[in-house]
Design a protein around this ligand. Sequence first.
Ligand code: ZN
Length: 271
Amino acid sequence: MPELPEVETTRRGIAPLLMGRRVESVTVREPRLRWPVSPALSRDLPGQIINDVTRRAKFLLIATPAGHLILHLGMSGSLRVVSGNLPEEKHDHLDVLMDDGRCLRLRDPRRFGAALWTTHDPLEHPLLKKLGPEPLQGAFNAEWLYRHARGRRVAVKSFLMNSHIVAGVGNIYASEALFLAGIHPGRPAGRISLQRYQRLVSAVREVLEDAIAAGGTTLRDFVDSNGNPGYFAQKLRVYGRQDEACERCGAALRGRVIGQRSSYYCAHCQR
Ligand SMILES: [Zn+2]
């Protein structure tokens, strides 16, 4: 599943190819995504100039003077900028053709993604409005986590994956950050000190920034490629490594379901 680093890598890959371009046409081959593709998209986007490509959590926001295209990659989506002549494949549900003959193409085999059009402030859209702070920005800090964790017995890993608390920290990066911070994923969120939350905030930033930096090497895959999306095999310390040796202490890593999600940790290093 594309997590925040993949979405940010996608943004960096497609933004220079889209900005300043005029949209010629929009082709919707399959409107039944997680939410129906906005019918207004085909009507209102053509003719518009793309001013900016930004990200909020795992949403990509494509800005034009008339409104914003809001894209989400769901479970299996990918976006590439390809030649408009490139024949579409089975799961290529949306094309935004531009004035240079290239097109922004959304492929989404499982159709959990989204392509929505809004003429209002996209940050006030119902899907985005209640999201917590961005993990790479200053509003996400130890005091914020500590304050919202007071009195909560929920496992810290579930707390960290709650998009109202912080936007876009998914299962993989929550597991990795908790390992780096030395915090057991099952520990109640309300029973973690401010100091330890400081370590957790740094760890979240570190794992996300490392992943985004690793993604930079795959940027070429977003252009004129007909292969798989340019998601990268991230070097993971605990995620998916049950029974392998902890890189710090050598103990066997454990796997357990916490909050209905697979969780991996070292019972020796994480308390
Ligand atoms: Zn260990």
